[in-house]
Design a protein around this ligand. Structure first.
Ligand code: NAI
Length: 345
């Protein structure tokens, strides 16, 4: 019997995973709380823990889980900046879902962009109040505009295809440009200088933290639209606020926020928001915030559940060999290894 503790779960997670629970083979225990040092005890007696983007899988948490006999940490997501993979090496295997629907995230990014620049969010509220005025609703054509895409992996590339469908001129920056991709790569500075719209699709690392800061915004075109459906800390939110107040940034669409862990995924409508910066951002007429929702499609949830269960099964049925393992070896985290022939450790 493989016992799995799921942290940070909602009804839609339970519904997606329920078909994979097999009597006599697996037992699922769902917790609404996030995994933290304080809640790690809940995993006592479990073989695996399944976590999401805002669970805090620090070195201290890993040590506790290891002590309790947990063998696998299975991420139900692609990003792994919240897991100390290096500390887990040699103790607990860490697996993830590298791709579940790049379309879900790329399509949400375009939905945010169109909503923002065509004022759909305002029109929805106006017409419900029988206000049919068009004052203040002027947008702009996407056709012919330059979009700068930072990170041309799975999601970035789908977003590029969508933008090309709109007749946009696409330029891109990637620390590891894809050869023969037909993508017009430029330097990050050139991307900042030339883009009418900038969309972030790279992971959060020490190199990318606050890549959109005051200095970067200074280089951008007046009226630039900034889209972030990747990770909140790619943007220095104070610098973004300053850029908006100075009328330099024309609009921002944020599905992620640096301090989201304490806020997102919960109904806080009856509470006083004690994050002044987020409250100010949300109050801006040209800012749209969604609460880390870009992944949330039926297709993505099914793919997440299927891949997560197959990742966990591989530990028991495939001699511990899993292509989706985040294997810290040779001084770096190997995410790319395909057709692994041996265990990570
Ligand atoms: P991917 O791994 O396929 O692509 C990431 C790309 O970023 C790669 O081409 C890589 O070379 C590039 N990159 C790495 N370091 C870079 C740097 N310093 N500067 C510029 N580019 C760099 O990842 P994928 O699947 O496209 O996901 C991208 C990000 O989207 C994830 O890291 C995750 O943070 C975020 N995400 C957000 C979701 C949401 O619901 N909002 C859902 C899924 C992912």
């Amino acid at each position: 019997m493989v016992k799995i503790a799921f942290f940070e779960t909602k009804d839609y997670d339970k519904a997606a995973f329920a078909p994979y629970e097999k009597a006599g083979e697996t037992e699922f225990i769902f917790f609404e709380t996030k995994l933290t040092e304080m809640t790690a005890d809940l995993a006592k007696g479990c073989d695996a823990v399944c976590v999401f983007v805002n669970d805090n899988v620090s070195a201290a948490v890993i040590d506790k889980l290891y002590e309790y006999g947990v063998k696998i940490i299975a991420l139900r997501c692609a990003g792994f900046n919240n897991v100390d993979v290096r500390h887990a090496y040699g103790k607990i295997h860490v697996v993830r879902v590298p791709a579940y629907s790049p379309y879900a995230v790329a399509e949400h990014t375009m939905a945010l962009l169109l909503t923002s620049i065509r004022r759909i969010h305002k029109a929805y509220i106006r017409t419900r109040d029988f206000n049919f005025s068009l004052n203040g609703m002027t947008g702009f054509d996407l056709h012919g505009k330059t979009v700068g895409v930072v990170g041309t992996g799975r999601i970035g590339r789908v977003f590029i295809d969508i933008c090309r469908g709109f007749g946009m001129n696409v330029i891109a920056y990637d620390a590891f440009p894809a050869a023969d991709s037909g993508i017009n790569y430029v330097s990050l500075d050139e991307l900042f200088e030339k883009s009418d719209i900038i969309s972030l699709h790279c992971p959060l690392t020490d190199d990318t933290r606050h890549m959109i800061n005051a200095e970067a915004i200074e280089k951008m075109k007046k009226g630039v639209v900034i889209l972030n459906t990747s990770r909140g800390a790619l943007i220095d939110a104070d610098a973004l606020l300053d850029g908006i107040k100075a009328r330099k940034v024309g609009a921002a669409c944020l599905d992620v926020y640096e301090e989201e862990a304490a806020l997102f995924f919960e109904d806080r409508s009856g509470h006083i928001l004690n994050d002044e910066r987020l409250a100010r951002l949300i109050s801006m007429p040209n800012v749209i915030v969604t609460s880390h929702q870009a992944f949330l499609t039926a297709e993505a949830l099914n793919n997440i559940a299927e891949t997560t269960m197959s990742n966990i099964r591989s530990y028991y049925e495939n001699n511990g060999i899993c292509d989706n393992e985040l294997c810290y070896c040779d001084g770096r985290i190997d995410t790319l290894k395909k057709d692994r022939k041996e265990k990570c450790f």
